[in-house]
Ligand binder design. Structure first.
Ligand code: F0G
Length: 399
């Protein structure tokens, strides 16, 4: 049994109805779990998101594609890079690109689409920089309901568009950015009765908190978790996961939540360095990491609270630092990620240089999406393969 309500993070008002996204005061909602019979153990035996079902607010059989249970790698070559900056630390990468659709969004969508079915919705919808749409389309296909996707036209990596299309979503590009797409789809969901599956949906974030559960399950609670921040849902979800483990007596510490943004899309970073509780939107966000090309993150207040409360921090990284980190991960550790995901490693290296990372810290970086999501950027930064005549000498001449 799990007892919960939706609670406003601003005014504290609680709702027992579930078919809402924000409070009447306009504040963000979160699932507040009052009581739960915990039926899992942190025994290191991962089996995916639904291992943690006793902390997930779902009443029916889940729509699942066996998401979660992603690999956690110890990264000694990255540790060596940090050593050169005078920092001795234990670095792990949790590779969320290994989820069924190739990003962490699957954890949220298995819960979010299941909630859509529970609420008897006939269609789901989202605005997306790509991964949310790919994942939502996949789970909607599994569930047998319609999916509507709004994208910033021309600004979404090809692999992600391909997924949304092939899984059968209605994909619409707008001549505008993600923030505008989100505003429009929120309005359309109201008019059409579609179930909104952006991260403003508190149930979706419940699935994503299982990243925290899996980390704690496998290696205990680390000192720091570093991840890219776009719409700011994931950092909020992971922080909530760690807090719930403490609340239910399963662990006794919270990692420093550390959010990394691209320089051209950095409102959360700016709020943190200026000591503010909310963001000033970035009007025309721009970065090679299109997944996090967001100027007005909808979950900013939750994320900023997570960072302050956990004594974490935020950092910004340039496109060049992002691509360098992507190459480091791929060529030194064998971990293929898309640019946004590499922001976590770029941020780690930068924070080590700045002396923010302390000696002895156990750190987990989340790599949020797979390399194959964005093949076009790879060709841009690595160049095309060499082409030669079809004979041994020609091949040997370029070895
Ligand atoms: N990394 C990747 C690969 C993403 O796709 C996203 C967000 C993030 C990081 C940031 O996570 O929004 O929770 O702070 N992508 C969304 C999308 C916006 O539409 O796919 P966040």
């Amino acid at each position: 049994m799990i007892e919960y309500s939706l609670k406003c993070i601003e005014c504290g008002r609680e709702y027992s109805k579930e078919d809402i996204y924000t409070c009447e005061c306009g504040g963000l909602l979160e699932v507040s779990i009052k009581d739960a019979d915990i039926s899992f153990k942190l025994d290191g035996l991962l089996s995916g998101v639904w291992k943690y079902r006793s902390l997930l607010p779902i009443k029916i059989d889940p729509i699942t594609l066996k998401e979660g249970n992603t690999p956690l790698y110890r990264c000694k070559k990255i540790e060596e890079i940090l050593k050169k900056e005078g920092v001795n630390s234990e670095v792990y990468v949790k590779h969320e690109g290994a989820n069924p659709s190739g990003s962490f969004k699957d954890r949220g969508m298995t819960v979010g689409v299941t909630k859509a079915i529970e609420l008897d919705k006939k269609a789901v919808a989202c605005a997306s920089t790509g991964n949310t749409s790919a994942s939502m389309a996949m789970y909607a296909a599994k569930a047998g309901i319609r999916a509507y996707v709004l994208l910033p036209a021309g600004k979404v990596a090809l692999g992600k568009v391909a997924q949304a299309l092939m899984h059968g979503a209605k994909v619409i590009g707008i001549r505008g950015n993600f923030d505008q797409a989100l505003e429009i789809i929120r309005e359309i969901c109201k008019i059409e009765g579609f179930y909104l599956l952006n991260s403003v949906n508190p149930f979706r974030l419940e699935g994503q908190k299982t990243i925290a559960f899996e980390i704690a399950d496998e290696i205990g609670v680390p000192d720091r978790v570093i991840l890219p921040v776009g719409n700011a849902g994931n950092i909020s979800a992971i922080y909530k996961g760690f807090k719930e483990l403490v609340k239910f007596g399963l662990t006794d510490s919270i990692p420093k939540m550390t959010g990394i943004q691209a320089k051209g899309a950095n409102p959360v970073f700016r709020a943190i360095i200026e000591g503010k509780k909310d963001i000033d939107p970035v009007k025309n966000p721009e970065t090679v990491a299109t997944a996090i090309r967001i100027g007005q993150p909808v979950n900013a207040k939750k994320a900023i609270r997570a960072i302050y409360e956990s004594k974490g921090t935020a950092e910004e990284v340039s496109d060049e630092e992002i691509i360098d980190a992507q190459k480091i991960l791929a060529s030194l550790e064998g971990i293929g990620v898309e640019p946004a995901s590499a922001a976590s490693i770029a941020g780690l290296i930068k924070l080590a240089k700045e002396g923010v990372i302390e000696n002895g810290e156990k750190i987990v970086c989340i790599t949020t999406g797979h390399l194959l999501k964005d093949p076009e950027t790879v060709i841009k930064v690595c160049g095309k393969p060499i082409e030669v005549d079809a004979n041994v000498e020609a091949v040997r001449s370029v070895l």
